[in-house]
Design a binder for this molecule. Structure first.
Ligand SMILES: NC(=O)c1ccc[n+]([C@@H]2O[C@H](COP(=O)([O-])OP(=O)(O)OC[C@H]3O[C@@H](n4cnc5c(N)ncnc54)[C@H](O)[C@@H]3O)[C@@H](O)[C@H]2O)c1
Length: 337
C-alpha cells in the first residue's frame, strides 16, 4: 500500500519510522507547508527531495497513492480528510478525530460518501495492559465490574506555542480521548452521560483548562471517574493512567505498567497477584498500521474506524459542554441524529 504522510511534526517522526519498517507499506510522499519541517524530516530520514511536497494536491500531481496518513494538528484534520477522500485515498488519521465534534461527524460522513476506509489512531488500546485487562474482565476474574477510576497526572505537553498549549481544553481533547477510548475498549461498554468540571491551577502552562474530573456513566450501570492534571509538577502517572476497576470479586489495578488482581475482603479469600501481560505480536502504532492494512485487504471496517471513534470523541465533547454549562450532558445530545 502506497501512503502519503501529511504533517511532518513531532508525531510524524515516529509514524515515518513505523511505516518504513512495515513491509506492506511504501511511503511515496511527505507533505508539510512549512519548509523547515520538510527539511528536518528529509534530513532525519534521508528522504529524496522529489518526495517532499507543500500540499496533498501537489503530492498527488506527482505520485500515486492508496492512503493518506494524517499527522497534522486536530484543527487541520477535516481539510486533510476531505482532500484525501476527494482524491480517492483511504485515510488513517491521528487522534483526536477533530477539535470540533460537528467537523468530526462531517469527516465520517465524507468517508462513507467516498466509500473509503477510515481509521483513527487510538494507539493506547493496542497495548498489552489494556488488551490483557479486557481479556481478564471477559473471563470474569473480578466478576461484573461496577466502578472504575482513572487518574492521570503529568507535566504534559510542555513545549510553548504548540496546539497543546494554545487550544481550549487541551488535556481533555488531546489526552482524554485516549483514556475515554480505552474505557470503552477495556470495559466493553458504551457511554451514556457525563458530568465534568475543568480548571487550570495557578501555575498551569496551558491557555486552556488542563485539569478536570469527569464522571462518565456507561451502559450496564458502570460508573467511571476520570481525574487529571496536565500541569502536574509532582508524581508522574504512566501514560496509560492509574486504573482501579472494582468488582464483586476484588479489584484490578494498573500500577505502573503492571496489572494486579487484589481481593482483601472477605479475608479468607484474600489474594494479591500480579497478572502476566499477554504477549502480543505487535503493539501501538505497529499494530494500528497492521490493522489498517489488514482491514483494507479484507474489505472490512477496521477497529477504531471513524464511525466507532465518534463514540469515544463524544465523551470529550460531553465533558467540555458539561463543564461550561454545569450540568450532566447525555451522549445522545452530542451524537445528535
Ligand atoms: N497517538 C498519540 O499518542 C499521539 C502523540 C502525539 C501527537 N499525536 C497527534 O498527532 C497530531 C500531530 O501532533 P504533533 O505533536 O506532531 O504536532 P506538531 O505541531 O509537532 O506537528 C504538526 C505538523 O503539521 C504541519 N501542518 C500544519 N498544517 C498542515 C497542512 N495543512 N498540511 C500538512 N501539514 C500541516 C505543521 O507544519 C507541523 O509540522 C495531533 O493530532 C496529535 O494529537 C498523537
Amino acid at each position: 500500500m502506497r501512503g502519503i504522510v501529511v504533517g511532518l511534526g513531532g508525531r510524524a517522526r515516529s509514524w515515518i519510522s513505523v511505516c518504513h519498517k512495515n513491509k506492506d507499506v511504501e511511503i511515496v510522499g511527505y507533505v508539510d507547508p512549512v519548509p523547515e519541517q520538510r527539511a528536518k524530516a528529509a534530513e532525519q530520514f534521508n528522504l529524496p527531495g522529489a518526495q517532499l511536497f507543500p500540499s496533498i494536491s501537489d503530492a498527488l500531481q506527482k505520485v500515486q497513492a492508496d492512503f493518506a496518513l494524517d499527522v497534522t494538528p486536530p484543527k487541520i484534520h477535516e481539510a486533510v480528510a476531505v482532500e484525501a477522500f476527494e482524491a480517492g485515498l483511504h485515510l488513517i488519521g491521528e487522534k483526536p478525530l477533530s477539535d470540533d465534534f460537528e467537523a468530526a461527524k462531517r469527516i465520517v460522513k465524507a468517508s462513507k460518501a467516498a466509500g473509503k476506509t477510515h481509521m483513527v489512531t487510538q494507539n493506547y488500546r493496542f497495548g498489552s495492559q489494556p488488551r490483557t485487562t479486557h481479556r481478564l474482565l471477559k473471563e470474569g476474574v473480578i466478576g461484573e465490574p461496577a466502578q472504575v477510576t482513572v487518574g492521570f497526572y503529568r507535566a504534559w505537553a510542555t513545549r510553548p506555542g504548540t496546539h497543546y498549549t494554545t487550544m481550549p481544553y487541551p488535556l481533555i481533547t488531546d489526552m482524554g480521548i485516549h483514556h475515554f477510548d480505552l474505557l470503552r475498549y477495556v470495559m466493553d461498554r458504551e457511554p451514556l452521560r457525563v458530568y465534568a468540571r475543568t480548571w487550570n491551577p495557578p501555575w498551569g502552562f496551558h491557555a486552556g483548562d488542563a485539569g478536570h474530573t469527569a464522571v462518565i456513566d456507561f451502559d450496564g450501570g458502570l460508573v467511571t471517574t476520570h481525574h487529571a492534571l496536565g500541569s502536574s509538577t509532582g508524581k508522574q502517572s504512566p501514560w496509560n493512567g492509574e486504573w482501579r476497576i472494582e468488582g464483586p470479586d476484588g479489584s484490578l489495578t494498573w500500577e505502573e505498567n503492571k496489572i494486579f488482581w487484589t481481593r482483601a475482603y472477605p479475608p479468607d479469600q484474600g489474594i494479591r497477584e500480579e497478572m502476566p501481560l499477554d504477549d502480543l505480536p505487535l503493539l501501538g502504532q505497529d499494530a494500528i498500521l497492521a490493522e489498517f492494512i489488514t482491514a483494507l485487504r479484507e474489505g472490512r471496517e477496521p477497529e477504531c474506524s471513524g464511525t466507532d471513534n465518534l463514540k469515544s470523541l463524544a465523551i470529550v465533547f460531553a465533558a467540555i459542554q458539561s463543564s461550561i454549562e454545569k450540568r450532566t450532558v447525555e451522549i445522545a445530545e452530542i451524537m445528535g441524529a
